[in-house]
Design a protein around this ligand. Structure first.
Ligand code: PLP
Length: 456
């Protein structure tokens, strides 16, 4: 017991020191990979050390090389911090060490997963009969939903993928918007489906319903999947679900929605209209480690037809060969996995329905504050309609924008990502952290203003 206690005490002290530093420390890392390797010591020692010494060395060596992604001033990529309830629950996940694949093996984790799944379907307004798989992230949630869809549309064409494989079977058309996330293509590649057919989008990156209808009409009546998006990583825009899901279903298509962060719009009465009609789709992917602020890695795949998910992911791989109750391992690619549902449950229990809505609304309010403030900086144009958590701005020319992005990183007050959208270099601000305050937003806007003035 003593060795657990000493090692956990060291970890706790360092964790508290780290969290305490987030308020003021620079957001970008202050050490390179090579410097951290040297601090860790590159050579495998012949003789080991007590657990607490290994943990102390790790914490000390890593500290300068850590990026303050959990800081309220981090607005890079589309990633969030960790909520206290989720972080503490995640420590219990490691302490409890439950292999959570089978219900009889861990009734506790299965119960938490059942309750969290039901709450998620309720919050997101998705069909209550859906199965929920706890994946590593939205990439694997996209993979899982699309695997269920691929097998289902091929099955409808009279071919059993599980038994016969893809070769020789009917080809599957996959239609996607021009601004889908790259991980959709990755998932399709893993699934042996190759590159998708690209459908035109509008000025906010939303798939055009008329273009989708045309594309659907163009093909033969074979197996089809349509991938829609809730939350464009640049504009935050959501596809027009009401029309597109209906059109896709008229053509017998499986409709998958990638909503890694945008799906959470559904949890707020003020933003639910953005995803209106998406509940008619067949599968949905989202992250818990983005908007819900649980630790990595935590994604969610939701599939309306639980049997289709089990056929694609389950150990048996046959449609309608079902256990009484679907096992957790039948809903995700992995057999063994950690108790990922536990931090999800903890943050939902802590926030409650109102707290989740409030979280979503606060993130959006901070994005709107950023947009309003950026518009007052000379030379700045906000390119997107700020409907959710994403803000994209240019600083007059590509060179000037890149210079601002670079200097902002050197300044260290905040981290915002440089990107390219619609042929222009941009500064992208993605608000994903529960702990960001209006004061953080003001400080970061001041940094952008300062840097823009320096660049001239
Ligand atoms: C982040 C993101 C993904 C990938 O999610 P991971 O959790 O990083 O695997 C997919 N789609 C969209 C729209 C995203 O924002």
């Amino acid at each position: 017991m003593d060795s657990f206690s000493r090692a956990l005490d060291v970890a706790h002290d360092h964790a508290m020191g780290w969290l305490d530093s987030l308020g003021e420390r620079p957001v970008p890392p202050q050490a390179s990979v090579e410097e951290v390797i040297m601090a860790l010591g590159p050579d495998l020692p012949q003789r080991g050390c007590p657990p607490e010494e290994a943990v102390a060395l790790l914490a000390q060596a890593c500290d300068p090389g850590l990026t303050a992604m959990a800081s309220g001033r981090f607005f890079g990529f589309v990633i969030g911090g960790t909520h206290p309830a989720a972080l503490a629950a995640d420590w219990l996940v490691s302490a409890w060490d439950q292999n959570s694949g089978l219900r009889t093996l861990t009734p506790a984790h299965s119960a938490v997963e059942d309750v969290a799944s039901a709450w998620l379907l309720d919050l997101l307004g998705l069909p209550i009969e859906s199965a929920v798989g706890f994946t590593t992230g939205a990439t694997m949630a996209n993979f899982t939903g699309l695997a269920a869809g691929r097998d289902a549309v091929i099955r409808q064409a009279g071919w059993d993928v599980a038994r016969r494989g893809l070769a020789g079977g009917p080809p599957v058309r996959v239609l996607v918007g021009a601004e889908r996330h790259d991980t959709v293509d990755v998932a399709l590649r893993y699934l042996g489906l190759g590159a998708p057919e690209v459908v035109d989008v509008d000025d906010q990156g939303r798939i055009r319903a008329d273009a989708l209808e045309l594309a659907l009409n163009r093909g033969d009546a074979g197996p089809v999947m349509v991938v829609l998006q809730a939350g464009n990583i640049h504009s935050g825009a959501c596809d027009p679900f009401a029309e597109t899901v209906q059109a896709a279903h008229r053509h017998g298509a499986w409709v998958h929605v990638d909503g890694a962060f945008g799906l959470w719009a559904a949890a707020s009465p003020a933003y639910r209209h953005l995803v209106q009609g998406y509940e008619a789709a067949d599968s949905w992917a989202t992250d818990a480690h983005k908007t819900l602020n649980v630790p990595y890695d935590s994604g969610l795949c939701i599939v309306r037809d639980a049997a289709a998910l089990q056929a694609a992911m389950g150990a048996h791989g046959a449609y309608l060969v079902r256990d009484e109750t679907c096992q957790p391992l039948d809903k995700v690619p992995e057999l063994s996995r950690r108790g990922r549902a536990i931090p999800v449950w903890a943050v939902l229990r802590c926030l409650g329905r109102d707290g989740v809505a409030d979280l979503v609304e606060r993130l959006c309010r901070h994005a709107a504050m950023f947009a309003d403030a950026l518009r007052t900086i000379p030379g700045v144009t906000v390119l997107n309609d700020v409907v959710l958590t994403q803000v994209c701005a240019t600083f007059g020319s590509d060179e000037r924008t890149d210079e601002v992005v670079q200097r902002l990183l050197a300044d260290g007050t905040t981290w915002m990502t440089g990107s390219t959208w619609h042929g222009q270099r941009i500064l992208r601000i993605s608000v994903s952290n529960w702990s960001t305050t209006e004061d953080d937003v003001d400080r970061c806007v001041a940094a952008v203003r300062r840097v823009a003035r320096e660049v001239g």
